[in-house]
Design a protein. Structure first.
Length: 169
């Protein structure tokens, strides 16, 4: 997992133990998670509970369907992206509040055994005019396979606190 920016800062994300605040975030900064993969069983279990379309839950029917096999639900992929951001801690333990997600696109089917990572790029940041203790950050996300091909994309808007008086940790 790497965190890097246009200024050249690069460090393994799992080593980010210092909380990062709005003041520390740079436009153009990119973070990439570890690679993960789903088994057919994991896809089916999620599908049965949250998205019971036949191509997520029935291998026989899925083989005759539009994808030719079981594929992961886009909602499962979205959930995994969130999990990887939380576990990867690219901003340490700073309390970041999501206020929206837009433009979710499921570009390619994700089958069991496909390895993919979550990539976040900071698109823009804006200090709050009414609340000087925070700002908003827009990020572009992509789930990418090992070749770097985007499988899913979306954008988010988050509120990130500014560094507390006295420096914070």
């Amino acid at each position: 997992m790497l965190l890097h920016s246009r200024s050249g800062f690069q460090a393994p994300a799992q080593d980010v133990t210092v909380n990062r605040y709005f003041d520390d975030i740079e436009t153009g900064e990119v973070w990439t998670s570890r690679f993960v993969e789903l088994s057919e069983e994991e896809i089916i279990v999620f599908g049965r509970q949250y998205d019971p379309q036949f191509f997520h839950v029935d291998p026989v029917a899925a083989a005759k369907g539009p994808f030719g096999s079981i594929v992961a639900s886009g909602w499962q992929l979205t959930s995994i992206a969130m999990r990887e951001m939380i576990l990867g801690k690219p901003d340490g333990d700073t309390p970041i509040v999501g206020i929206g997600a837009d433009e979710i696109r499921w570009l390619r089917p994700v089958r069991a055994g496909v390895r993919f990572a979550v990539r976040r790029e900071i698109v823009s940041k804006k200090a709050s005019a009414s609340r000087p203790d925070r700002g908003t950050v827009k990020s572009a996300f992509a789930l990418i396979d090992e070749a770097g091909t985007p499988l899913m994309t979306f954008t988010t808007l988050t509120i990130i606190p500014c560094r507390p008086a006295g420096g914070g940790a």
